[in-house]
Design a protein around this ligand. Structure first.
Ligand code: ADP
Ligand code: MG
Length: 914
């Protein structure tokens, strides 16, 4: 019998839901899930964003420029130039094909990125927790949810612990909603069905088990929206910048074409149709019609290069923004450090200190006291600590499996790395001794929260309820009144507190992450624990977790320094741990001493009357015990000072700061769905070095956008000046309308695509970031405009006058080669605005090489194919002449080389002066 996805499941009980869904507390079997997948289809919203290639091709004809061309064809037809009509139609087709190819490539890149942003869900199948793609969920699947998860399908709650969800995306309600499992009246409003969870909303707190009741288009979200694209293309600052650029260039083009018309018609008295055709052709040639498409391509290429380096872009323009980043606010654990945390030391309430051996997640290792293995069964304080470590824990450590041939088996782990470390510690003790840790039943759980900096579990063991707590030592110490010793709980004296603080500082100085474990009697708490219940604890001990820096991070931090990017650490961890890691990775100099400002600060010190908050943010780079709200404040201050900031985050509470940052960066592995949704970049390896690689790509993106638009501007400008000057000189038109259109096609259209793929040239991370409001066009284009215009104009005049005695057609053929080849050679100049083309390698950009060959071939094709040369009215040029004109055109390169050399020398001289 089919499952009714529209049934009001909120009105029936949990038990009835299970029956109606033909499922159970163990979830579906794999087999059943597979068969339901066939029956109900995929849990996805129909995606109208993927444009079909055919539509994409048709879209190319909507362009304003195409209209202009059609108009030109009409004029040509009216004037009886049938050949021109065909040529113009061919140009329209060609333009459309080029536009299509560009659009297709960008679309492919978007699709590829989307597939990398697959949403996942945790389900119970055959009673075992498993991670599956969210699109594979079926009605009846039992899903497991925790804080920060995005809800993958509409579901009926089966079990809820302190569950709160945010449904703003569906109902607009921005406050968290408390959820429970009791049945409700059938006519309850959507927003009040507090025993249901909706696809597309988030878990803000707590955890839950729920049964999927509706998937895909049958969900509430599916009913109101048919597409929830995960890649946003909102109008950003950058987009506005590029649109402004395109408009400015279009205006220049229109104005100059108009000038051509006025000069031709009124001053020189050419026939109306002839001037109109030429005007339209110059307009088409000088409007940077390819610019928007090319910018999208540059961004798309940047985004896919970043993706290959583990930084997945959710918003195309973020790739360019990254290039202007001047401050990176990074967290510590897992980003600067390896995510594989291991407990290395234990310090118990009875004053004994233990070493723990073994690395990684394999439950093999020993607990040593003064070098001798210790028997946990004989030590009640240690047993208690291990018990808390295991039970107050939401991580999973599976059985060891061999991942790769020859590698040692490693268990599959899920959950918070800190909790994984504690669980592995417990496993190590259990491996040596069965039954060390008593079995417990978990009644309620308060997940870790970066505001409170602890987690708690209400557990029942041998009929006794206990509240188990793990968290930051200072916090837990404040909440503790007693301490567990070998003779039972005792009062926690001032002296003992001092001792604990001492040990904590000692370990933190050695870059260890320190966690405290404590408990209290839980008989008075009832069935649900609250954070207010965490008080009057009995202290058990601390664990020192080794969390070494990742390899490559030190180099990445150094790269940031030379790239003029400030790296700041913002962590929830202890001040000394933060400072120690900061020194290891180079955020702080290894021998750094405190000057007017401390090296590292703790959140509560930010408010001390001694300092001004703003000054501290400007002068201190390590902020510790920071809550998400302070992260936001730090970001806002830096932005007010004109910085463009990138910020990392992983938790639910980080979302506001991630949204506020110019570039929010979420952790792909460790991060919650909420954090990912609030970010523009998701790191699939959680690694700081990846951020820096992405910044590098971002800088290349900006550089490529700039170089490509410089290319268009310089060539178009030179081109139009040729027409205006020849008209002023009262010479014949140096090219016919169809020839102009062809030049435009074989140069702009082809060559700019090559420029879009340029890579950086070594020194891209040795410069200061581009200021956030820097325009794409700046004065550095001027020398290139002059150079291009003078050479193209000079050569045209020389060649035209030289060949004119042999007839206009021969002269135009020579001019055609000059105009197109100077533009083609200009591409090589624009591959770098500073470096010699010989230094970066004349042929080091494969796409430019291909474009070069294609472009030259297309030119030769129209000149030397009898049919085409007739249509275009070209005359064959003798080979030696062809070569000479070709070589003369290459002077564009030599002139630019001379200019670059001069500019370099000047920069060096200035540098020495300073
Ligand atoms: P960060 O990720 O920047 O290192 P967190 O905000 O995650 O900082 O952690 C702050 C402190 O809270 C840690 O130093 C640790 O003492 C404690 N803590 C972190 N994670 C957990 C957890 N899962 N359970 C209990 N305590 C934790
Ligand atoms: Mg953390």
């Amino acid at each position: 019998m089919a499952i009714d996805q529209k049934f009001p499941y909120h009105s029936i009980s949990v038990q009835q839901t299970l029956e109606k869904m033909q499922s159970g507390q163990e979830g579906l079997t794999e087999e059943e899930a597979r068969s339901r997948q066939k029956q109900y289809g995929a849990n996805e919203l129909t995606d109208k964003e993927g444009i079909s290639p055919f539509i994409l091709f048709l879209n190319q004809f909507k362009d304003f420029l195409i209209l202009v061309l059609v108009l030109a064809a009409a004029v040509a037809w009216y004037a009886g130039h049938m050949v021109d009509v065909y040529v113009i139609l061919a140009v329209i087709l060609f333009n459309a094909i080029l536009g299509f190819l560009q659009g297709y490539r960008a679309e492919k890149a978007i699709q590829a990125l989307k597939s990398m942003l697959k949403q996942e869900a945790k389900v119970l199948r055959d009673g075992n927790p498993r991670t599956v793609e969210a699109r594979q969920l079926v009605p009846g699947d039992l899903i497991l949810l925790e804080e920060g998860d995005s809800i993958p399908a509409d579901s009926r709650l089966l079990r809820a612990r302190n569950l709160q969800t945010i449904e703003a995306s569906l109902t607009g309600e921005s406050l968290p909603i408390e959820k429970h499992t009791d049945p409700l009246e059938e006519k309850t409003n959507l927003g009040d069905r507090v025993n249901m969870l909706w696809k597309g909303t988030h878990v803000a707190r707590g955890s839950a088990h729920a049964m999927v009741t509706a998937i895909g288009a049958d969900t509430e979200l599916g009913k109101i929206s048919h597409s929830l694209g995960s890649i946003k293309t909102t109008a950003t600052n950058f987009r506005k910048k590029t649109e402004r650029l395109a408009k400015q260039m279009a205006l220049i083009a229109i104005a100059t074409s108009l000038l051509v018309f006025i000069l031709g018609y009124f001053l020189r008295g050419y026939a109306f149709e002839e001037v109109l055709l030429i005007t339209v052709a110059t307009l088409v040639a000088s409007i940077p019609e390819g610019l928007p498409a090319v910018i999208t391509i540059v961004l798309a290429i940047g985004a896919s290069r970043m993706a290959r380096q583990n930084a997945i872009t959710r918003e195309f323009s973020a790739t360019e923004m990254l290039g202007s980043v001047s401050v990176i606010l990074t967290d510590k654990t897992g980003t600067l450090t390896k995510s594989m945390l291991t407990v290395g030391k234990v310090y118990l309430g009875d004053g004994s200190e233990l070493e723990v051996t073994g690395t990684g997640y394999t439950p093999q290792g020993e607990l040593l006291q003064q070098g001798q293995p210790i028997n946990p069964t004989k030590n009640d304080v240690l047993r208690k600590l291990l018990f808390i470590a295991k039970v107050c824990n939401n991580a999973h450590v599976g059985e060891p499996v061999q991942r790769k041939e020859g590698s040692s088996p490693e268990p599959e782990v899920t959950g918070d790395p800190t909790e994984v470390a504690l669980l592995v510690l417990a496993r190590k003790a259990e491996a040596g001794q069965q039954g060390v840790i008593p079995e417990a039943h978990v009644v309620d759980d308060l997940p870790f929260n970066s505001e409170q900096k602890f987690r708690a579990t209400l557990a029942e063991v041998e009929g006794q309820r206990e509240l188990l707590v793990v968290g930051a030592p200072e916090k837990i110490l404040k909440l503790s009144s007693h301490i567990l010793t070998s003779v039972g709980p005792q009062e926690l004296t001032q002296e003992l507190r001092q001792q604990i603080h001492g040990k904590n500082d000692e370990w933190a100085d050695r870059a260890m992450r320190v966690l405290a474990l404590a408990f209290r009697d839980g008989s008075s708490i009832g069935d649900s624990a609250k954070s207010e219940d965490v008080r009057e604890l009995t202290w058990v001990g601390i664990t020192g977790i080794i969390d070494p820096p990742r390899s490559g991070v030190q180099e990445a931090v150094a790269d940031c320094k030379s790239a003029g990017i400030r790296v700041m650490m913002v962590t929830g961890d202890h001040k000394k741990t933060g400072a120690a890691i900061a020194k290891e990775v180079g955020i702080l100099e290894p021998e750094a001493e405190e000057t007017d400002y401390p090296l590292a600060l703790q959140e509560d010190e930010l408010e001390s009357p001694e300092y001004v908050f703003e000054e501290l943010v400007d002068n201190v780079s390590v902020f510790t015990r920071v809550s998400p709200n302070t992260k936001l404040r730090i970001a806002e201050h830096l932005q007010r000072k004109g910085h463009l900031i990138a910020m990392t985050g992983d938790g639910v509470n980080d979302a506001p700061a991630l949204k506020r940052a110019d570039v929010g960066i979420a952790m792909g592995i460790r991060g919650t769905d909420v954090a990912k949704d609030a970010s523009q970049i998701v790191l699939s390896d959680d690694n700081f070095a990846t951020i820096v690689r992405a910044v590098r790509e971002g800088r290349i993106v900006f550089q490529n956008v700039r170089q490509t638009s410089f290319f268009l501007l310089t060539t178009n400008f030179a081109f139009v000046s040729v027409f205006i000057v020849t008209l002023l000189l009262d010479w014949p038109f140096p090219l016919t309308a169809t020839q102009i259109l062809w030049v435009n096609l074989v140069t702009d259209g082809v060559m700019e695509l090559g420029l879009a793929t340029e890579r950086g040239h070594g020194d891209i991370m040795k410069r200061k970031p581009v200021p956030r409001d820097a325009n794409i066009l700046d004065k550095s284009v001027v020398p290139y405009i002059l150079l291009m215009s003078i050479i193209m104009l000079g050569l045209t005049l020389a060649v035209f006058s030289h060949y004119l005695p042999m007839g206009e057609e021969t002269a135009r053929t020579a001019v055609f080669i000059v105009i197109s080849m100077t533009q083609v050679f200009n591409t090589f100049n624009m591959r770098s605005l500073e470096h010699s083309i010989f230094r970066i390698g004349m042929f080091s950009n494969r796409y430019v090489n291909i474009a070069f060959v294609v472009s030259v071939a297309l030119q030769l094709l129209v000149i030397y194919t009898p049919f085409l040369s007739g249509a275009f009215r070209f005359e064959k040029l003798p080979l030696p002449d062809l070569l000479v004109v070709f070589l003369l055109s290459s002077s564009v390169i030599w002139a630019a080389e001379a200019y670059k050399l001069f500019a370099r020398k000047k920069r060096q001289a200035e540098f020495i002066l300073v």
